[in-house]
Design a protein around this ligand. Structure first.
Ligand SMILES: [Zn+2]
Length: 196
């Protein structure tokens, strides 16, 4: 098995595989999100956790880790929103792309058929899918996420509302899982304060 490189969160100092963290670098004096872990230069890693962002923002631990001056957005919320927007774009693009090469199927019938063929890797359910459908799908032995609404997925994919999305391509499923886990984790506080 390939060993994944380990990094440490600048906020809580937890260690984990680098792909569990969000990476930032300095670009033109600003903090720059590097979603593909490819930007050159010194990077700073942080858990996709609003608490770690809060701590790092308040104490400007980004600057210390990057060993250079970095201008931060006006507030920590703003920084989190920026990252969430980029993650969301990536999630949507990955699903769109998957549809093109049949790495993604839509709707309950297609998803259940793929499950029977043992090809289903991940399922994404719309948050507003009926409890009954959620329960039915939860019987399938695959990783599941709840994300966005049926209406939103319909808009993203340019079709009628979509409640159930199945990922059959393994590489895509892995990539999407990491993106969605981060997005959902960053979203936690946003849903609590109920501001937006
Ligand atoms: Zn952390």
């Amino acid at each position: 098995m390939k060993i994944e490189p380990v990094r440490m969160c600048v906020g809580c100092r937890k260690r984990d595989s680098k792909y569990r963290f969000l990476r930032f670098v300095e670009r033109d004096g600003r903090l720059f999100f590097d979603p593909d872990y490819k930007a050159s230069g010194r990077g700073v890693n942080i858990c996709p956790d609003p608490d770690c962002f809060e701590r790092a923002f308040r104490k400007n631990l980004f600057e210390r880790a990057l060993k250079t001056k970095v201008e931060l957005p006006g507030s920590c919320e703003e920084l989190i929103e920026e990252v969430k927007k980029l993650l969301k774009d990536r999630i949507v693009n990955a699903v769109r792309m998957g549809l093109k090469f049949r790495g993604v199927v839509l709707g309950r019938d297609a998803v259940e058929a793929e499950a029977r063929r043992k090809r289903l890797a991940v399922v994404i359910l719309a948050e507003d899918l009926s409890e009954r459908s959620k329960k039915d799908i939860s019987r399938l032995n695959v990783k599941k996420f709840e994300l966005f609404t049926k209406e939103q997925w319909g808009d993203f994919l340019n079709r009628k509302p979509v409640g159930i999305i199945g990922i059959v391509d393994k590489g895509l499923a892995k990539k999407l899982s990491l993106l969605i886990e981060k997005y959902v984790s960053l979203n936690r506080r946003g849903s609590l304060d109920g501001k937006k």
